[in-house]
Design a protein around this ligand. Structure first.
Ligand code: NAD
Length: 369
């Protein structure tokens, strides 16, 4: 088991990564579970596969899970679901000193985290991420949110969990497509700050995707360690350090918006293509060597992720895509900061990117393949 500390003044917590941690959930969570009844908010699929393991572990410690089921899908990050969940927590008598367990992917983590941020002005929660994306990204760092009519993740709060338990065995039941989508975020950590890790992924990416235990643990633990370091440096995204985590997300956001935030394109798939385009755009501006951009294209393609816009079968213009970027929540006083690359392992925030130039670049990409 790897243990990574997220160091935050007064709110430090551990992320534990390993195979079979769910079997010992009650032991890991013992310091936080003071009552016999343990509220568990669960993605329906995660519960179907792993609910019995959670129940058995809690039972071994004389505890009983009280389940709240969440329908899979982005639609559950809604005001309606938030209201239903907080009402349920109140009915269950959850108090400020209690901890609610969130079992599932980023949807359940984000929804439960936000509900816990506002319940009685804040109760505790434990993240038990069961997708690769949630393990390497959404469960760590304290961003919680629901979607609103105006866009994704626009209503939320910073609320750090008390503990994150990333059981790699839980990924055995995950669809391969979801596994690949999470892997895009793993690649991101190499690309934004760790050239050695990127090179390791070029060699071992297939083993990670095949869930080879040692490769998977190394990839997940390294990704989390990078995220933990960046979050500790810039918990609330005010200094620019945390913004690096958005590498590929501005381009990616445009593709998600163009495909209606639907299953047609998963978030991680959009991020993969977004990173490739951020690299190509960096190369076009003479900031990044062409060879580095091609290395990324190969790594994304080898993982079975989209590396060309043509894979998306879009019928839109570069301007349409650039217009979506204008609605990105990272807009700041009318300008959109763009994450670009100087090399593999060195991303930076560029503030001089003209959207017209990006639209023209995207037109070229739309026609190229
Ligand atoms: P998800 O939560 O929708 O889960 C993906 C699918 O996997 C669902 O169908 C779910 O039912 C299924 N699933 C979950 N665990 C499973 C398991 N062990 N076995 C089989 N199936 C399983 O998606 P996600 O990719 O985990 O998360 C995406 C969400 O995360 C988005 O809402 C995004 O906005 C959010 N996010 C948040 C942050 C953050 O910092 N808070 C960061 C990145 C993404």
């Amino acid at each position: 088991m790897a243990v990574i500390a997220v160091e935050l003044a007064g709110r430090s917590y551990e992320v534990r990564v390993g195979h079979g941690l769910l079997r010992d959930l009650a032991d890991h969570a013992a310091p936080f579970l003071r009552k016999e009844i343990v509220p568990v908010v669960a993605d329906r699929n995660a519960r179907r596969h792993w609910g019995a393991t959670v129940e058995a572990s809690l039972a071994s410690a004389g505890k009983l899970a009280r389940w709240y089921d969440v329908e899979p899908g982005e639609g559950s990050k809604s005001w309606r679901e938030l209201e239903r969940l907080t009402d349920w927590m109140l009915a269950e008598g959850v108090e400020r000193g209690d901890h609610v367990v969130a079992l599932g992917g980023g949807v359940v983590g984000d929804l439960t985290g936000f509900a816990c941020a506002i319940l009685k002005r804040g109760c505790g929660f434990i993240q038990v991420p069961t997708t690769l994306l949630a393990q390497v990204d959404s469960s760590v760092g304290g961003k919680t949110a629901i979607n609103s009519a105006a866009g994704k993740n626009l209503v939320g709060a910073f609320h750090q969990p008390a503990l994150v338990l990333a059981d790699l065995a839980a990924l055995d039941t995950l669809r391969d497509r979801e596994m690949r989508a999470g892997y895009a975020e793993v690649l991101k950590y190499g690309l934004l700050g760790d050239a050695d890790f990127f090179a390791w992924l070029e060699e071992n990416g297939a083993a990670v995707l095949a869930r080879d235990p040692a490769a998977l643990e190394h990839a997940v633990a390294t990704s989390i360690a990078t995220k933990a370091r960046i979050v500790a440096e810039d918990e609330r995204e005010t200094t620019g350090a945390r913004a690096l985590l958005n590498l590929g997300h501005t381009f990616g956001h445009a593709f998600e918006a163009e495909t209606g935030f639907s299953d047609r394109l998963l978030h991680g798939e959009a991020v993969a293509l977004g990173m490739v385009l951020a690299a190509r755009y960096s190369a076009r501006r003479g900031l990044l060597a062409e060879e580095a951009s091609q290395r990324l294209t190969r790594a994304v393609d080898a993982a079975g992720l989209p590396a060309e816009i043509s894979a998306l079968n879009l019928s839109c213009s570069g301007r349409d895509l650039a217009d979506h970027m204008l609605h990105d929540k990272k807009m700041d006083a009318g300008t959109l900061p763009f994450l670009l690359l100087r090399s593999i392992g060195a991303a930076f925030l560029a503030k001089d990117v003209a959207l017209d130039d990006v639209a023209q670049f995207l037109d070229g990409e739309l026609q190229a393949h």
